[in-house]
Design a protein around this ligand. Structure first.
Ligand code: APR
Length: 241
């Protein structure tokens, strides 16, 4: 019999949940920020300085994402299963710009740092699905102006998306789970405090190793997401919270 539950669950995910699908994290030893300078490719200033370098960086990652062997893993599917069992009670807020949560079955999902498979025109604001390369000559399909297209992702110094909706969910949740994130980047790294102080939520960290905010969590389980997340979801569904 499914366990009792006492209200909403907010689940924050980071790059660690997609690592076992074959996508790099950012701050692990072999992470993206050990290979490129984030100031050059993930800031508005870097884009102004050298837009083609930024396009090349995202074009490479966009092509990677679409390779057949980059698939949702057992952790993504476990979160999809949790939402299917407890519809309306589960919100996934991901920092990831891949589309693996969608493939794993999550529908109540916020991409707070945007989506790699979408592009935005800085001239007219149009946002649309985008699977091809972008370069400095690419014209906007909506306004036809060339040179203003960019990945629909949030760079350092820019405001993440849907912060109102996220704060609202955190203020009403009874369970906050953080998965695969190092807790280095705000505002996401502050969500655990919001869940504690505005909702007195139970807080859980599921990660490969203790994050920057590890001591704030009431419960921690460390190990690879594809092992730890399905096991935690099974326990939630069996015992409730
Ligand atoms: N299973 C679970 N956790 C893992 C795994 C795994 N297989 N592999 C790595 N991790 C953990 C690491 O221990 C680390 O704590 O995932 C975390 C990844 O941390 P980061 O690389 O900092 O990624 P993230 O927290 O998502 O970064 C947040 O920073 O650069 C920006 O916009 C970027 O969204 C990103 C944000």
């Amino acid at each position: 019999m499914a366990g009792r539950r006492a209200g909403n669950i907010v689940i924050l995910t980071g790059a660690g949940i997609s690592k076992e699908s074959g996508l790099d994290t950012f701050r692990d030893a072999d992470g993206l920020w050990s290979k490129v300078n984030l100031e050059d490719v993930a800031t508005p200033e870097g884009f102004i300085r050298n837009p083609q370098m930024v396009h090349d960086f995202y074009n490479h990652r966009r092509r990677e994402l679409q390779k057949d062997d980059i698939r949702a893993n057992a952790a993504h599917h476990a979160l999809g299963r949790l939402e299917a069992e407890w519809p309306d009670d589960v919100l996934v807020v991901t920092q990831n710009i891949d589309a693996l949560h969608e493939e794993g079955g999550s529908e109540n999902l916020i991409h707070m740092h945007g989506e790699m498979l979408k592009a935005r025109c800085d001239r007219c604001g149009n946002v649309r699905c985008w699977v091809d390369d972008i370069d400095i000559e690419t014209a906007c399909p909506e306004c036809a102006v060339a040179g203003g297209m960019r990945p629909h992702v949030v760079w350092f110094g820019e405001m993440p998306f849907e912060m109102e909706r996220i704060s609202q969910a955190l203020s009403q949740c009874s369970l906050f789970i953080s998965i695969g994130t190092s807790g280095n980047v705000y505002p996401a790294a502050g969500f655990v405090r919001e869940a504690i102080f505005s909702a007195k939520a139970h807080t859980v960290e599921l990660n490969m190793e203790p994050s920057e905010g590890a001591t704030l969590f009431a419960e921690t389980v460390y190990g690879p997401a594809t092992a730890v997340v399905p096991a935690y979801v099974d326990r939630l569904l069996a015992e409730g919270y």
